[in-house]
Design a protein around this ligand. Structure first.
Ligand SMILES: Cc1cc2nc3c(=O)[nH]c(=O)nc-3n(C[C@H](O)[C@H](O)[C@H](O)COP(=O)(O)OP(=O)(O)OC[C@H]3O[C@@H](n4cnc5c(N)ncnc54)[C@H](O)[C@@H]3O)c2cc1C
Length: 155
């Protein structure tokens, strides 16, 4: 469509900059905008909400905070691609908080289950909760293998 103009600009030495139109200012759209500009594209982001951030944001209403933001970011430890990317976006917190468990759930009887990242800690915890399931727990731990997954570990 722009072929003849492109040739004209080439001939006259005027540089026709490529452009990207981005729908949505979530992390994906914001990243596209930033990396687009870093790679010499003109970028425009259209966002239907009054604030950017998409699912990675929070807002206040009638004294309540509605926080739909990311709580766990997996594979974001120092040296990983995610860490580098989020730093370049200016979205990486200065300090990473490492947690011992991914999630905790309390049963109706009041027993707390922690899904520990460290597989040996998890094994001990599961055994304490349900000694009768020792064989199944050992199979599960074996199937998950070592080393244990970490929330902010190396990929
Ligand atoms: C409660 C919750 C907890 C989460 N926890 C985690 C977590 O712990 N770890 C993790 O890694 N991820 C988590 N996520 C997922 C993570 O937040 C999202 O995967 C990520 O933010 C998605 O980014 P996105 O840019 O692809 O999309 P979105 O953030 O959905 O952004 C899309 C944007 O496009 C806009 N938009 C849509 N249609 C139009 C249109 N027609 N015109 C203009 N604008 C439009 C929307 O308003 C929005 O701002 C969580 C998500 C939620 C909801």
């Amino acid at each position: 469509m722009f072929g003849k103009y492109h040739r004209y600009f080439q001939k006259t030495g005027v540089h026709m900059q490529k452009s990207i139109v981005i729908i949505g200012a979530g992390m994906g759209g914001i990243a596209s905008g930033i990396f687009g500009q870093l790679n010499d594209y003109r970028t425009q982001i259209f966002e239907m909400h009054s604030i950017p951030g998409g699912q990675c944001t929070s807002w206040k209403r009638k004294g309540y905070t509605f926080d739909v933001c990311i709580h766990h970011l997996f594979g974001c430890g120092p040296g990983t691609n995610i860490n580098r990317l989020w730093k370049e976006l200016g979205a990486m917190p200065k300090e990473l908080v490492y947690t011992k468990d991914c999630v905790s759930v309390v049963s109706p009887e009041g027993n707390m289950f922690h899904d520990f990242y460290d597989i040996e800690t998890l094994e001990r915890h599961l055994m304490d909760l349900s000694p009768a399931d020792t064989d199944v727990i050992k199979d599960y731990v074996k199937a998950n293998g070592h080393p244990p997954a970490k929330i902010c570990g190396e990929n």
